[in-house]
Write a protein of this length. Structure first.
Length: 133
């Protein structure tokens, strides 16, 4: 056989084998679910320390708040001193979250972090509302 004919015959075989190899990967479910609410629901038993409390949802809330502070500071929704103060509080929160989450979160640590985020969010809303009017 000539090398050109071998290449022509080999190309469809390689394409078919690539399809057969990738078919199981395409059949898998790659859905992503985000849940907001009570932290214990939707988590398997033994998640973290077994309480179902995750630093991931707190981390997500902190990131969203930091983006909100940045957006309001950029658009003039809050003045730069308030934005700097809120950013400093979020940085303190993130350091504490990192320290707590190294060994998993206990129920009390989760409650502490959650209440800190609630307080920062309340301050942000109050500041944005006050500057808007």
């Amino acid at each position: 056989m000539k090398p050109a004919m071998i290449r022509k015959a080999l190309l469809p075989v390689l394409a078919a084998s690539a399809v057969m190899v990738s078919t199981p990967a395409l059949a898998q479910d790659f859905s992503v679910s985000l849940s907001f609410g009570s932290p214990g629901y939707g988590q398997p038993y033994g998640y973290g320390r077994g309480y179902g409390y995750s630093a991931r949802d707190l981390h997500y809330r902190a990131r969203v708040l930091a983006q909100h502070v940045d957006r309001l500071a950029w658009s003039g929704g809050v003045d730069r001193f308030e934005a700097r103060r809120l950013s400093r509080e979020l940085n303190q929160y993130q350091r504490l979250e990192y320290r707590y989450a190294r060994n998993g979160l206990s129920r009390a640590e989760y409650r502490d972090l959650d209440s800190r985020l609630d307080r920062i969010q309340w301050q942000l809303q109050r500041t944005a509302y006050r500057t808007r009017w």
